[in-house]
Design a protein around this ligand. Structure first.
Ligand code: PMT
Length: 402
């Protein structure tokens, strides 16, 4: 974990006075630190202080020929093993969420492929504003990690959530981010979203999966340094940073895509809601009411789709194969039966009868089951956190196998 390269982006909030302590905590752990200051950040902390503490010139401008000549902004983005934004103002979060690149800090944040840790600090009303919360959700979905903000008395006089986390905690989270590049060199295949089975030229059979759970898993795998192949049913979600996305529609296309990457995969996670049945025949033209006898219904014949999870579990060799189970009642018993039937290494069961978990929600409540009969019930957590807990378990399985 020692000796990694941290790019620290400092935006303009009063909490920036704590940045020298963050730098000291990071350098004490043996990391090399370079700082980028926004114009507002430079109002709160002196570049000279940061230069003295890091031993590196502080970057402030995209257009300063001297600074750019020493190390260009793309070089800086590529240089980092991890990027930490502390403090992150509401303005910087908004620019990051919307992909703006109108100064050095936002440009470097857009250009880097390194994992990102963000430590917000702002007035409680700004933090709770729906715009800030929406930006937060977008960034979480892209795999950005957050530390804080903490609750307490704020510099502006208000009481509430908005305080920058303690420097030691930010440094510790940075260490976790770096130490968790534990999947470097491994190819992880994640399926996500629902499949769409055509009935005719305009209609299809599909389900309520948004892709949020699978995308969160893909983002987490990328954060841990894996090469990630995300095989996605139709979804409006943005592709997480560092993830290769393959779009599919039907179960048969999903099967082909999973099998195409199976050979090189070390871990395969089937989070997709794959249709068990498809129409036996899909009409290339729109089926019209007028073509049917008056008042006649439309009979659809459905045929079974191949079970991708069962197929890859049977052929898995050294790979770790993870399945999901969407259950509406008697969750644990049904999930145990499914784990046995599918033959995977880990089954993640969600109770889809809950309104606050399962399909489409931002949070999920799952039970992790393994073939040895063990089960672990997780509390209701944001899907990115559920994804992190699932990968902790997968890594433990890999360790045990070694
Ligand atoms: O996408 P979100 O809105 O975030 O919702 C997340 C989720 C609820 C879709 C997800 O967490 C989930 O539970 N995914 C699996 C849903 C499902 O299809 O469950 P199942 O019990 O029908 O299937 C069990 C397992 O077999 C799944 O891993 C599924 O991918 C796999 N399967 C199913 C059918 C099939 N023909 N081939 C398969 O591989």
């Amino acid at each position: 974990m020692n000796g990694r390269r941290i790019l620290l982006v400092v935006s303009g909030g009063i909490a920036a006075y704590k940045v020298p302590e963050i730098v000291r905590a990071l350098t004490r752990s043996g990391h090399e630190v370079r700082c980028v200051l926004t114009a507002a950040g430079a109002e709160f902390v002196s570049p000279l202080v940061l230069q003295s503490l890091t031993g590196n010139a502080v970057r402030q401008s995209l257009f300063d020929a001297g600074e750019e000549g020493a190390i260009g902004h793309i070089e800086l983005a590529d240089w980092a093993d991890a990027v930490v934004v502390a403090p992150a103002t509401a303005n910087l979060l908004a620019r990051l969420a919307h992909g703006l690149a109108d100064d050095l800090a936002s440009t470097v944040l857009l250009a880097t492929r390194a994992p990102l840790l963000v430590a917000p600090a702002m007035n409680v009303n700004m933090w709770e504003h729906p715009a800030t919360q929406a930006n937060l959700t977008t960034l979480r979905e892209r795999g950005v990690r957050f530390v804080g903000p903490d609750a307490g008395e704020l510099a502006c006089g208000w009481e509430g959530q908005g305080r920058l986390s303690p420097p030691e905690e930010i440094a510790a989270e940075t260490g976790l981010l770096l130490g968790s590049l534990s999947l470097a060199g491994a190819c992880v295949v994640v399926s996500a979203g629902g499949t769409r089975e055509p009935i005719d030229a305009v209609r299809s059979l599909t389900n309520r999966s948004s892709g949020k759970m699978g995308y969160a898993l893909a983002a987490e795998a990328a954060l841990r340094g894996a090469e990630v192949r995300l095989i996605s049913g139709p979804s409006h979600l943005p592709t997480p940073a560092g993830v290769e996305r393959i779009d599919v529609e039907t179960s048969l296309e999903m099967r082909d895509a999973v099998l195409a990457d199976f050979e090189r995969a070390a871990i395969v996670i089937m989070a997709a809601a794959v249709a068990d049945f498809r129409p036996a025949e899909a009409s290339e033209r729109k089926i019209k009411k007028e073509d049917l006898a008056e008042d006649a219904g439309l009979q659809l014949q459905l045929v079974r789709n191949p079970d991708i999870l069962a197929e890859i579990s049977a052929e898995r060799g050294n790979r770790i194969v993870v399945g999901f189970a969407a259950e509406s009642h008697d969750v644990l018993a049904a999930a145990r039966r499914k784990l046995k039937r599918k033959g995977c290494d880990l089954l993640v069961a969600n109770d889809i009868s809950r309104a606050d978990a399962g399909f489409e929600t931002d949070e999920n409540a799952v039970i992790l089951l393994t073939p040895d009969g063990a089960s672990e019930e997780l509390p209701l957590l944001p899907k990115p956190e559920v994804a992190a807990r699932i990968f902790d378990r997968i890594e433990k399985l890999r360790e045990d196998r070694r």
